[in-house]
Every structure is written in structure tokens, then in C-alpha cells.
Design a protein around this ligand. Structure first.
Ligand code: NAG
Ligand code: CU
Ligand code: ZN
Length: 164
């Protein structure tokens, strides 16, 4: 029987359960393909309709809620940007979009968020924000560090999941 590409032998998997503001909940699965791309799939509910900044933050620490997850994961000491930019934090995944029902279906493929190796995101946090990420281009004082995406309304620690 043929296996789906994402479940191919050799892929590494992780999972994050999103918690935060009273109504924000979610579940995200991370699958790293043998070629190094990581696919992030899942759903976040309880958001306000519209765009919400979506990032990997440096720390898997939620002792003070999402506020203790540190800055955007940035091992190469770059400025904040869009996922498609050369100049970006590794953790910059752009925005997710919630519909009028407050539900965001997440589907992201990215080469800079591996689950293995020195730049692994395992043990760090995935964070969703109250506002949209301006992708470094908003001209705001915070554009080049956070995309001015506002409060952290939900987050989850990225943990290793069984690969079978
Ligand atoms: C996190 O920081 C925001 C300010 O950005 C604050 O309003 C909120 O109360 C803090 N949350 C916790 C759990 O400390
Ligand atoms: Cu963030
Ligand atoms: Zn960033």
C-alpha cells in the first residue's frame, strides 16, 4: 500500500496544543519531510475574524502564559520579515486567517522550521497574535522585531510525537 508523502518513512512529527485567551484553542501538527520542509497543519478556534500573526517563539516556557515564550525564534540574528523574505526570523510564519466564525485553518510549509538539527523548533512555542503581522513593512517601531502583531492570544509548546 502506498504511503502519503507526509507519512513517509523517515519523517519526523511534532504536535502543539494551543491555549490562551479564554476562547482560543487549537491543535497543530508538524511534519518534517526528508527534504527538510516542515508542514504545519491544524485549526485554531476562538479568534477574531481576520489576520493574526503566527510565529515560532524561542522558548517553550508558558509559566506566565504566552508572554514567557520569548521573542521570535531567530538563530541567524536577522530582522523580522515575511516568510518569503530573505531577511526574516526563522520563526516568521506570517499570518493565519480566521473566518467570520473565528476559525483559522492552518496550512503552512516552511524550510526554516526543522524538527531536527541545530535549528530545531522542538521544545519551543508556536504563538498566535491578536493582530495582523505587518511582515516588517508597516513602518511601525515594532515592525522589524515583531511585525507589530499585538498581544499573544494563544500558544502551545511544540513536542515530539510518535512517527508511526
Ligand atoms: C501578557 O502581556 C500582556 C501585555 O502585552 C498583558 O496584558 C497580559 O496580562 C499578560 N499576560 C499574563 C498572563 O501575564
Ligand atoms: Cu509571535
Ligand atoms: Zn519575527
Amino acid at each position: 500500500m502506498a504511503m502519503a508523502a507526509g507519512a513517509a518513512k523517515g519523517s519526523v512529527k511534532a504536535v502543539a496544543l494551543i491555549l490562551g485567551d479564554p476562547n482560543v484553542r487549537g491543535s497543530l501538527q508538524f511534519v518534517q519531510d526528508p527534504d527538510g520542509a516542515t508542514h504545519v497543519r491544524g485549526r485554531i478556534t476562538g479568534l477574531s475574524p481576520g489576520l493574526h500573526g503566527f510565529h515560532i517563539h524561542a522558548l517553550g516556557d508558558t509559566t506566565n502564559g504566552c508572554n514567557s515564550t520569548g521573542p521570535h525564534f531567530n538563530p541567524l540574528k536577522k530582522d523580522h520579515g515575511a516568510p518569503t523574505d530573505e531577511e526574516r526570523h526563522a520563526g516568521d510564519l506570517g499570518n493565519v486567517v480566521a473566518g467570520s466564525d473565528g476559525v483559522a485553518d492552518v496550512s503552512v510549509n516552511d524550510m526554516q522550521i526543522p524538527l531536527t538539527g541545530p535549528y530545531s523548533i522542538l521544545g519551543r512555542a508556536v504563538v498566535v497574535h491578536a493582530d495582523s503581522d505587518d511582515l516588517g513593512k508597516g513602518g511601525h517601531q515594532l515592525s522589524k522585531t515583531t511585525g507589530n502583531a499585538g498581544a499573544r492570544v494563544g500558544c502551545g509548546i511544540i513536542g515530539l510525537q510518535s512517527s508511526v
